[in-house]
Design a protein around this ligand. Structure first.
Ligand SMILES: *[C@@H]1O[C@H](CO)[C@@H](O)[C@H](O)[C@H]1NC(C)=O
Ligand SMILES: *[C@@H]1O[C@H](CO)[C@@H](O)[C@H](O)[C@H]1NC(C)=O
Ligand SMILES: *[C@@H]1O[C@H](CO)[C@@H](O)[C@H](O)[C@H]1NC(C)=O
Ligand SMILES: *[C@@H]1O[C@H](CO)[C@@H](O)[C@H](O)[C@H]1NC(C)=O
Length: 384
């Protein structure tokens, strides 16, 4: 299979160089995409993995309901079964405090925001699965209540990423804030859209630092002790932040509140651009991003690379006047490099260990999810 993948990569180059059909190029990727997807589904253990996998599935299998779809917040007659299967698991494993996907092993994973990563797909059930409308709604309401009213807050009012202390993690920008915005869009609540924006802003204020390739996000700051837990510029952390802010921006833009929130959307897009610019300037010679740009090892990491390539494809498709060819040129280089590394099990390689950020790993749900997000963004960019 590996040799198949490599020859497919050669084919990708040659068809593109010859101006060949993107549709056949895309068709040629589907078998490996299915392997990436099934490896992802077979690897889920934690709340953030549940939500990240669900986010990847909605983009790949039910794209009309992803925030990148044309009318994602209303029922269109299609039942998003693949997505709701993951949403169901998140809701069935909700703890009494409201956090989704927690009830496994010790029943608590210590994170305040991670459970909310499945919040959007759970709320999606309320308008796409009428037979369980109140089940989905109650689960989403309890999750929203937890992050707005129970989770600890930092001195500036940011929702802590952790449940029993006050910490900023770049990861939280993907885990929590797109759900708050999504809830606002579905329920027509502009206050929630503003909260989602404000949370992104507060996290950026806390985590942005100067790096060798521009301003980027450090990983973890402890607000209780006013000190860094991980001041390294971790590429995956920047990936989470860019993925999250992009989703909040796109969600706001698809609501009637957009006309009074254009400056918020433009801020979010400029913060996404800041991350893409700083990260893409740090690309290793094999066209993958380093695990850390500062403060940790620089081994090539296909996970964060795929995450940020997905962001580049999305912004180039949606905002071509702001994000020109240089973003998709880099995304294309990354896509080929990531594809080249997919193993015969459908796993992305090389990748960072999602539990030990300074080490390489073998299997990572988020890496697999980022791979699918990259393919989904690419599919929309080539217009299939
Ligand atoms: C919007 O959501 C917030 C938070 O749940 C709530 O306090 C507020 O009443 C809602 N506003 C409207 C207009 O529904
Ligand atoms: C792309 O080009 C724009 C405009 O020249 C520039 O601001 C930006 O830094 C470039 N980004 C990358 C990733 O090359
Ligand atoms: C990665 O780090 C090693 C050792 O710190 C260094 O020798 C090497 O040049 C770095 N690679 C890149 C691409 O920066
Ligand atoms: C990664 O960091 C941990 C904790 O700081 C440390 O124990 C471990 O040795 C490090 N691993 C590598 C490969 O540097």
């Amino acid at each position: 299979m590996h040799t198949t993948v490599i020859s497919l990569v050669a084919l990708l180059f040659s068809t593109r160089a010859l101006g060949g059909s993107d549709a056949s190029l895309y068709q040629g990727c589907l078998d490996t995409a299915e392997a990436i997807r099934s490896a992802m589904l077979g690897s889920i253990r934690t709340s953030w993995e549940q939500g990240t996998a669900a986010g990847a599935i909605v983009e790949w299998n039910d794209p009309e309901y992803s925030v990148f779809g044309a009318f994602p917040f209303v029922y269109n007659g299609l039942f998003p079964r693949d997505t709701l299967q993951l949403a169901y698991s998140a809701a069935v494993r909700q703890t009494p405090d409201g956090r989704l996907s927690q009830n496994i092993n010790d029943a608590q994973d210590g994170a305040a925001l991670d459970g909310a990563s499945a919040g959007s797909v759970v709320l999606m059930g309320s308008f796409t699965d009428p037979s369980r409308k109140s089940y989905w709604e109650n689960a989403a309401d309890a999750q929203l209540n937890y992050i707005l009213n129970v989770a600890p807050r930092t001195k500036t009012g940011a929702i802590s990423h952790r449940a029993t202390s006050r910490q900023y993690w770049a990861d939280g920008v993907y885990m929590g804030f797109p759900f708050i915005a999504y809830y606002g869009a579905v329920k027509n609540n502009g206050t929630l859209l503003q909260i989602a924006y404000d949370q992104c802003r507060l996290y950026r204020d806390a985590l942005l630092i100067d790096g060798p390739t521009g301003k980027l996000w450090a990983h973890i700051y402890d607000d209780d002790t006013s000190s860094w837990i991980d001041k390294g510029i971790w590429s995956t952390g920047n990936g989470w932040a860019a993925l999250g802010m992009l989703r909040v921006a796109v969600t706001i833009q698809k609501t009637p509140f957009y006309s009074s929130m254009t400056s918020q959307v433009s801020d979010l897009l400029s913060w996404v651009k800041e991350i893409l610019d700083g990260e893409f300037r740090a690309l290793n010679s094999d066209n993958l991003l380093p695990d850390y740009i500062t403060g940790g090892p620089n081994f090539s990491d296909a996970a964060s690379s795929a995450a940020l390539a997905s962001v580049a494809y999305r912004v180039a498709t949606l905002y071509p006047e702001q994000f020109g060819h240089n973003y998709t040129d880099t995304a294309e280089q990354i896509r080929v490099a990531v594809w080249n590394g997919v193993t015969n099990l459908g796993t992305l390689s090389p990748i960072v260990n999602p539990l030990a950020w300074n080490e390489t790993g073998l299997l990572s749900t988020e890496a697999q999810g980022f791979g699918l997000m990259m393919l989904s963004g690419w599919r929309d960019w080539i217009g299939i």
